[in-house]
Design a protein around this ligand. Structure first.
Ligand code: ADP
Ligand code: MG
Length: 368
């Protein structure tokens, strides 16, 4: 005898099959852990921070979210306490006041960031240089109030004597730093936010959360996927003097992205744009056609510092530098008539082709 259901019995079985299918569907959806998107925000280093975490099941509730927010706040306060030039009692401010010649004992965090800063200075031929601080302050982009006039040539020439990353020697064996002049002054504003992002990412991962987005003042790092199980969508701003517009949205997973630009933090003086990016080699504020530089890297500290360095190098030198070092970079270059031209490196294009960076349209961004 055949085991097969005869076609004549099918109409009787159909309602039962429908009920079974519905029950199976309900069972599957009940068994599937609930996806929860937690969003935390706060303020640090004179800017804002956002963290998004995707959790599944009932493992992570509102109480855990509160605890995580407190832990993120504490982590960021610690970074600020080590690296702020705005806080006279920060570790960096104490180092800036320290006498020359005698070693200054560094915390693990400050040692790490100073050493990384020096490596990036070497790599970029001095385009990135944390000792540029006095000039940053003279232009009015530091803790002191803005001057009526930008610094004169004579003032800049004098200040340049104090600038040069070789004026700070770091000893990895003793974790100390030594200044070669008493008035050497370091400014970590171009790297500390990226470092803070990395620290928060590590903190979140230590809680067993692998799907997350961390953003501090526009520098971003993502892990895993967003709540829709898609790459996180990160908006690259369109450089504009007023308002905020999106140039492009990148889909990213397990990467950091940082952007530096001449369009957010600047003022006009005698018709010239005085940007907060300083060329340490000339001591002058950066003036070139590069409107913004976006770097995608494994860690945010490197992405942050390199984005600043690329702004200094300008459109052509930075493009060649990024290509030669295999960096994933997107540049927006100003052309006459307010036109913006996008230039991407082969490493950036390869990420796009591999689906790590997805040209994303029609979806709101998770971060910008
Ligand atoms: P943002 O702080 O807007 O993200 P950046 O990461 O490019 O922008 O950092 C710019 C800040 O870094 C400036 O405000 C200044 O304090 C400091 N800075 C400016 N030029 C340099 C440079 N060439 N190397 C290192 N730090 C710099
Ligand atoms: Mg930077």
């Amino acid at each position: 005898m055949s085991e097969q259901t005869s076609p004549s019995r099918l109409p009787h079985l159909l309602p039962r099959m429908v009920v079974l299918a519905l029950l199976a569907g309900i069972a599957v959806s009940l068994l599937q852990p609930k996806v929860r998107l937690g969003e935390l925000t706060g303020e640090t280093m004179g800017t804002t921070w956002t963290v998004k975490v995707v959790t599944r099941g009932f493992r992570f509730g509102p109480r855990d979210e509160e605890k995580l927010k407190a832990a993120v706040d504490a982590c960021l306060a610690e970074v600020d306490h080590r690296m702020s030039t705005y806080k006279p009692e920060s570790e960096l401010s104490r180092f800036n006041r320290h006498a020359e010649g005698t070693p200054f004992q560094l915390s693990d965090e400050l040692f790490h960031v100073l050493q990384r800063s020096m490596q990036i200075s070497d790599l970029t031929g001095g385009a990135f240089d944390i000792t540029v601080g006095p000039i940053v302050n003279a232009y009015g982009f530091g803790p002191e109030s803005r001057p009526v006039e930008p610094p004169s040539d004579a003032t800049l020439a004098e200040m340049k004597q104090r600038v040069g990353y070789h004026l700070v020697a770091i000893d990895p064996a003793t974790r100390t730093a030594r200044k070669q002049r008493p008035d050497v002054y370091c400014d970590l504003s171009a790297i500390a936010k990226g470092f803070a992002v990395d620290r928060v990412a590590k903190l979140i991962e230590s809680k067993g959360i692998l799907d997350y987005m961390v953003e501090v003042g526009g520098e971003v790092r993502v892990g895993g996927l967003n709540h829709e199980s898609r790459p996180w969508r990160i908006a690259i701003e369109k450089p504009a003097d007023e308002g905020r517009a999106v140039h492009r949205v990148l889909g990213l997973t397990d990467k950091a992205v940082a952007t530096s630009g001449d369009y957010r933090n600047y003022y006009m003086s005698n018709g010239a744009r005085i940007s907060h990016e300083i060329d340490p080699r000339t001591g002058r504020t950066v003036r070139n056609d590069l409107a913004s530089a976006t770097v995608i890297h494994d860690d945010c500290e490197t992405a942050d510092a390199l984005a600043t360095a690329l702004m200094v190098l300008g459109p052509d030198e930075s493009y060649n530098f990024a290509v030669n070092h295999g960096l994933a970079v997107l540049l927006l270059v100003r052309r006459p008539g307010d036109e913006l031209v996008e230039r991407t490196t082969p490493a950036f294009d390869a990420l796009v082709a591999a689906g790590r960076v997805v040209r994303s349209a029609g979806h709101p961004a998770d971060a910008r």
